[in-house]
Design a protein around this ligand. Sequence first.
Ligand code: MG
Length: 255
Amino acid sequence: MKLCRFEYKNKVAWGVIKEDLVFPFNNLLDLKFSDKILNLNESIKQAEIRFLPPVTPSKIVCIGRNYADHARELGNEIPGEPLLFLKASSAIIIDGEAIIIPAQSNQVEHEGELAIVMGRSCKNLSEADNPLEYILGYICLNDVTARDLQKKDVQFTRAKSFDTFCPVGKFVETELNVADISITTKVNGLVKQTGRTSQMVFPVEYLIRYISNQMTLNAGDVIATGTPSGVSKLKAGDVCEVEIEGIGILQNSVK
Ligand code: MG
């Protein structure tokens, strides 16, 4: 199932996408656990709505160096436990909007990533818990990074959090097995990054359990699971695409 958030006649709602129609409902986070809120009799044509980012997270937790080849290309060791950092929620833009290069940076790079959207809050998950039960679905995400500032600053906050530095796809895919799917990032049609989720140092279940033992994960929170090797510099006029098998394509121009 593909879920979206949209504006229609000055109101914001959530919806299920089916072909060229959207079936509205009230609350994204109830969806997985209550089918009753769906009223599939009412529908709106996709052409009549304005898509909004399908996530409004309290935080975006990102994983650094979760693909060995990417860790190596930046001269880093493969971490012994997940490397966590936060990206500001205010950086989110949607498919089709422009990534804006800030004046502070001369080295803005793409990082195509599979991102998890949490469906239920969780804390201190143990080996006995199944982390997949807490997931709503998955989105395409571009963890845009000011590489020069990331190297200059002691930590990643500024380099990862400029406005427009978190493009996300138009919808959340709720039915997807992410154990071994492909992720491809292109710039101006040329393939820059390719990888498979099976190459992650720490897979999805491990990450959710691990993060939940460091901080509460709230329903709606987003976890960006790391990027394969091949990151490269973006410049004004470029078009960057992140394609994930089973989800679709996230496309953004660069200004
Ligand atoms: Mg990243």
